[in-house]
Write a new protein. Structure first.
Length: 182
């Protein structure tokens, strides 16, 4: 009887460790949370790794950009990342945009739509489920700037947010990190 009891406990431990490993494997795909301008961006989008890829068609063609305008809104920060979900299909892209105002130094910024602080999400495969500030029913989250170095031109941080809109799947972003030299 003791043997069966130990076997049952061992099976439960194995099952839970397997679930933890699967979650960790997605996090392991993300770049490290650095603060030295490595051009890193990544997050978990509904539990799956979101890494920028492709060419957005803009000048420079980068799938990830950080723009800091110190004179707008007392320091406007815009973070934009997109990816193609199916290789070779230009109509299969998703994009994440983050905005924060009054950025002068490291700190915490609520992503709950005050002035320019918000999180946006778009999936080209679900055009009716575009999450924009004024159309999103529920939005919460936080952008944490860990480095705002105007002399070196480096901005780094972490983020997480949740978006909900009736008739659409919720968007839950966790483990977000970025690091960019301007």
């Amino acid at each position: 009887m003791k043997f069966l009891s130990c076997l049952g406990i061992g099976a439960i431990v194995f099952l839970f460790s397997g679930c933890q490993k699967e979650e960790n494997s997605e996090v392991d795909l993300l770049p490290a949370a650095t603060q030295n301008g490595t051009k890193a961006f990544g997050c978990l989008l509904n539990g799956k790794a979101f890494l920028p890829n492709g060419n957005d068609g803009n000048i420079g063609g980068s799938p990830y950009s950080v723009v800091y305008e110190p004179r707008l809104y007392e320091g406007l920060l815009t973070i934009n990342a997109f990816r193609y979900t199916r290789k070779g299909d230009e109509n299969s892209y998703q994009s994440i945009l983050l905005f924060a105002d009054s950025v002068q130094r490291p700190g915490r910024f609520s992503l709950s739509v005050k002035r320019a602080e918000e999180a946006l999400f778009y999936d080209a495969q679900k055009p009716d489920c575009r999450f924009r500030a004024r159309e999103t029913h529920y939005q919460s989250g936080e952008l944490v700037l860990t480095r705002v170095d105007k002399v070196a031109g480096i901005i780094s941080g972490t983020f997480h947010f949740k978006l909900y809109k009736p008739g659409c799947d919720s968007v839950i972003v966790t483990e977000g990190r970025f690091d960019k030299k301007l």
